[in-house]
Unconditional design. Structure first.
Length: 260
């Protein structure tokens, strides 16, 4: 029986056939029925490409461009990074009223470092969605990554009990944060935009060597991600901040293959 989150992750990495066994004491409350026999549904390159092609055939995401920004390439993309941070401010500060740092109309925090990658969806020069990923081995002063820092009490904006077990630190596990869809995206397009964003996030993480992404997602997202073909596992209890009910989850991105 595996008693810690780290043991579960290490066992996942060593499994060759993608099938693992999770003990009931690891995720005792919200472990999905589908995982009773140790299956994490895994997305394949073929199914991922088919999902993208289906969306594009409907004209829903064909005009959208996806760009993965880093400190090393930001100079190649004009004002896109600034527009990305301004879009984050519009969503998280202006709309959600979160108390976050801002400057010159841009939202940022201590995790926006050269270690992170920003996945930006944009269309006709406008940022319509985005998300940030950061390695769980990241370090900057007293900070590591958001889930771990919350668990350690380094930040107090997220409950310390956000995870069932010790926060993972591994080369193949990255964290996703600051997921947003612009309020300018009409309701009829939001599902397709969300789908495209998650696909691009998974591909970007896989490019960095990640096989899993952890992060806080809206509670209803977990089942939605499973419908996309992304294996998900709850790794913490439900909690509410403001009007949002959320939960920490682990997403399997090991076999994602999506061209830009």
């Amino acid at each position: 029986m595996f008693n810690t989150f780290r043991e579960v992750v290490e066992m996942n990495v060593s499994a060759r056939d993608g099938r693992v066994v999770f003990g009931r004491d690891v995720f005792p409350v919200l472990r999905p029925t589908m995982l009773v026999e140790a299956k994490l549904p895994r997305i394949t390159a073929a199914s991922q490409m088919q999902t993208r092609d289906d969306l594009r055939s409907k004209g829903e995401t064909g005009r959208i461009r996806a760009t993965v920004l880093s400190v090393g390439n930001v100079h190649l993309h004009g004002e896109l990074y600034g527009d990305f941070l301004r879009a984050r401010k519009q969503v998280f500060i202006d709309t959600k009223m979160w108390d976050l740092p801002q400057s010159e109309g841009m939202e940022f925090d201590q995790y926006d470092t050269p270690q992170c990658r920003s996945i930006v969806l944009h269309e006709y020069g406008e940022v319509i969605a985005g998300i940030r990923i950061l390695p769980t081995k990241a370090r900057c002063g007293c900070y590591s990554y958001m889930l771990r820092d919350a668990q350690l009490g380094v930040i107090d904006t997220i409950p310390q009990h956000v995870l069932y077990e010790e926060a993972p630190i591994a080369d193949n596990i990255w964290e996703a944060t600051r997921l947003f869809i612009s309020p300018e995206v009409p309701a009829k397009r939001r599902i397709s935009v969300q789908s495209r964003l998650m696909q691009e996030m998974a591909a970007a993480a896989a490019t960095q060597g990640a096989t899993y992404v952890v992060g806080i997602v809206p509670y209803v997202f977990r089942r939605w991600l499973e419908r996309l073909g992304m294996g998900t596992l709850p790794i913490g209890p439900k909690f509410t901040i403001g009007r949002d009910t959320s939960q920490a989850a682990m997403i399997d991105v090991d076999t994602v293959c999506l061209s830009p």
